[in-house]
Design a protein around this ligand. Sequence first.
Ligand code: BES
Ligand code: MN
Ligand code: ZN
Length: 501
Amino acid sequence: MANSPKIVITDLKTPVNGTMVVFTDEDLAFGAVAKAALKPSGDLVQRVAKIEKFKGKRNKVLDLAAPSGLKLEHLLIAGLGKPKDMQAEDWLKLGGTIMGRLPAAARNVTVLAEIAGGKLSADAAAQIALGMKLRAYKFDRYKTRKKDGEDEAKTPAAEIKIAAGNVADAKKAWAAAGGIGDGIVLARELVNEPPNVLFPVEFARRASELKKLGVQVEVLDEPAMKKLGMNALLAVGQGSERDSRLVIMRWNGAKKKSETPIAIVGKGVCFDTGGISIKPAASMEDMKGDMAGAACVTGLMHALAARKAKANVIGVIGIVENMPDGKAYRPGDILKSYSGQTIEVINTDAEGRLVLCDALAYTNERFKPKLIIDLATLTGAILVALGQEYAGLFSNDDKLAERLTEAGKVTGEHVWRMPLAPYYDKMIDSKFADMKNTGGRFGGSITAAQFLQRYIGKTPWAHLDIAGTGMAAHNSEIGDSWGPGWGVRLLNEFIAAHYEK
Ligand code: BES
Ligand code: MN
Ligand code: ZN
């Protein structure tokens, strides 16, 4: 995959030359292999640690060039703090931190996956590798020139060796984690791509490439959707020169092929101008990321197929472009949705729920899944409520909400439950149709979720509003990508923990 180093798992006996990365703790103790390798340098490490006030704290890294007595170009010493407290996410972040600290010219990089008193678990080694892979990702396809000093300086090492205690286990763990990594990179690419490149037909084409991994992919074009009565989704796209699509991806990995699937549905607005209720100019370019929900679903399907997940999962994405035009839908229009319910359009910028209501109702009726989870960059109001750290979680099912919250704690992709209640539902009743597509200024994220709830019947359902977390991401240990690939690890963890037994 583009822009990420090749990770190779080797054993701890592999001789290291070039760059060696070793781990230490708050006692500045090392694993046996590192200790032996460092021996010719005498008390060098202790002296440097003292001068640099390096105490082995978590995510602190010492970098020594040409360490005396050793045949190395670089020695990186990464602190773990208290190794026993390290959770999966901590290893991931540490891997990212190490990648960020690798010197520009680092070659032949080998990470010794051991600590004082033993080897790292295969899962810890795989998480370190995943963190390195994600941190190395860059979206620079459209840069024809490099900034001064930016050339070699940010080029990550092309290949990284992870020297593990149990090679067979580590290889297996990496085969899975690397597949998840490729899914995250795919999600990032889709969110980062400009809207003149990634329009609905092109998005559908990229999703169709998952066929190579054994995913069944079905693409519905406009006539097919028209026939099915998906008039809400189609209305959003009707002002665009670009055709709309609905893509259905199926991964049938469960032992019992007839096992009832779970379904994940994503909002894929490739560009959201607001339509006739046009958005102000400031930051409108960010609306290329209004397909982050669909990107997450696509990345997740990639991850599940790549690691051959033992679960039956359906991914459905509604992909459109919301444009103002002579043919565009208008405020005041009344739409008959796939479910038969009618919608009065108040604001053409509340388009995500119109795409989702048809995708959700169709998924529910056709597949009768065990549960449905949708992801959408649905409301600016969720940014006001939660900022960019937590996604909003709305659910009609306490167990599902609990499980998603727990999965978020494991992966660090946090979700915060928000309320659903009849009071909010009333706010979207319409004078002329069954409902309006907006509920006024107050509780904007909640009334949007209430709207979706009218389309899922009694099926256990969760809606994740990712307007804050899915795009325009802050830099973090695991990368500085504008599109973070948020939610791929969360849903992968949710599925692994509960649907692959
Ligand atoms: N795509 C936007 C929501 C959004 C805002 C995502 C900021 C990411 C960052 C959505 O389609 C939208 O325009 N929502 C409106 C709804 C309103 C018209 C009821 C909003 O949030 O203002
Ligand atoms: Mn909008
Ligand atoms: Zn939108």
